[in-house]
Design a binder for this molecule. Structure first.
Ligand SMILES: *Cc1c(COP(=O)(O)O)cnc(C)c1O
Length: 397
């Protein structure tokens, strides 16, 4: 479902390596719409702040942000000022919330590029206030409360001591107050409900201190699927927009993965019993084995722990990654399959009915799907909707 026209986007690369990612911007727009519907639509008053930090979770910040803007996102969020500047330079016009701590040196970007900073410490408040008054202007901010994550934010239990000093003067306009959950993906952890209660208390205390924000927000993807009482006035999904849900709550929303990762077999060979493949010479094979070499390695973002744990799709079958993950290649066990150089390999995505999702890869190595998406290597060319598929070009085995 395409909601609005996607502005044209062309990657700069002319030569496309056999290992490349394809990004389905339609899927990202549809996922955004799915979240909007889930939280009740705009008339229900819950806004969706679309998180595009870390290069749009590896999908490409600018094309993703522009697709989300075209789909109706009224606010985007990124990790730091530099990411915000990149979005503005790429033509994004929607308000951009910056999550991160602010340092003195790059505050200029907030003003020159019209970003919405987060005040998460007395230091940030002072620096912003001083810069605003130097420029004779006011700055609209979001205030962050730490309700138990112990990362950024003003401690929830000490607001009377910190907030009046931090917000003194006229330069800072607190448009929103937010917090962030530490255990949204863990159904059994009691901290989740405690954080919610602490956020409610903090909002009441702030109100007594004269801070009455227009918007309150708390939920990332996991929290918004887990508990509608954490929606407040806005939600902040990242992962869901890219078509991946935290496994605990995955059935609650139907999504389309936006990234597929492809490569091709470049060589096929036999191994005798007792031989090993790759660095470290671990795991001798116990039967005659056919392996295929795939030109994607840890420099492309593949985790070295995938050796012996991960799998890929080739000829419609799921086959294991064996040997070691090298910088530029992996070996896969294709014994019994009719695999030849040039065959397509799917590292993320589907092939002839088989599917490997970011969640599967994450589970195989004990991490979160966010990490799998974000680490997609910088040398991997992203192709987008409407781009000719590199797989149409001749194979170079
Ligand atoms: C990254 C991030 C999000 C989005 O998290 P997901 O789990 O990807 O939905 C939301 N809020 C903050 C403060 C974040 O840093």
């Amino acid at each position: 479902m395409r909601v609005g026209p996607v502005p044209p986007w062309r990657p700069l690369a002319v030569v496309v390596r056999p290992t490349y990612a394809h990004i389905d911007l339609d899927a990202i727009q549809a996922n955004f719409q799915a979240v909007v519907s889930h939280v009740g639509g705009r008339s229900g008053g819950v806004e969706v702040i679309a998180v595009v930090k870390a290069n749009g979770y590896g999908h490409g910040a600018v094309p993703v942000a522009r697709a989300l803007e075209a789909a109706g996102a009224r606010m985007l969020a990124c990790a730091d000022i530099e990411e915000g500047v990149e979005l503005r330079r790429g033509g994004v016009r929607a308000p951009i919330l910056v999550f991160g701590a602010l340092s003195v040196s790059d505050l200029d970007g907030v003003f020159s590029y019209d970003l919405t900073p987060t005040i998460s410490s007395p230091f940030a408040a002072r620096a912003l206030r001083e810069e605003a008054s130097r420029r004779g202007t006011r700055v609209r901010c979001h205030l962050k409360i730490d309700t138990g994550m112990n990362r950024l934010g003003f401690r929830y239990d000490n607001l009377a001591g910190t907030i009046p000093v931090a917000l003194a003067g006229a330069g800072l306009e607190i448009d929103a107050v937010y917090t962030h959950f530490a255990t949204a993906e863990d159904p059994a952890h009691p901290l989740f409900d405690q954080q919610r209660e602490r956020f409610d208390e903090a909002l009441a205390r702030l109100s007594a201190l004269g801070v009455r924000p227009r918007v309150r927000h708390a939920s990332n993807s996991g929290a918004l699927l887990r508990d509608p009482t954490t929606w407040f006035d806005a939600v902040r999904p990242g992962l869901l927009l890219y078509g991946v849900a935290p496994p605990e709550w995955a059935e609650r929303l139907s999504l389309r993965p936006a990234m597929t990762l492809h490569s091709r077999v470049v060589a096929v060979k036999g191994m005798r019993v007792g031989e090993t493949a790759g660095y470290g010479a671990r795991e001798a094979v116990t039967r005659p084995t056919t392996i295929a070499i795939v030109p994607a390695g840890y420099a492309d973002g593949l985790d070295v722990r995938l050796a012996g744990r991960g799998s890929v799709l080739v000829r419609g079958r799921r086959v294991p990654v064996v040997g070691s993950v090298c910088m530029d290649s992996i070996t896969i066990d294709v014994t019994g399959l009719d695999v030849t150089p040039g065959d397509e390999v799917v590292l993320l995505g589907s092939q002839s009915g088989g599917v490997i999702g970011a969640g599967d890869v994450a589970a195989a190595i004990g991490t979160v799907p966010h990490e799998i998406l974000c680490r997609t290597g910088s040398r991997i060319v992203r192709t987008y909707d409407g781009e000719p598929s590199p797989s149409a070009s001749p194979a170079t085995p």
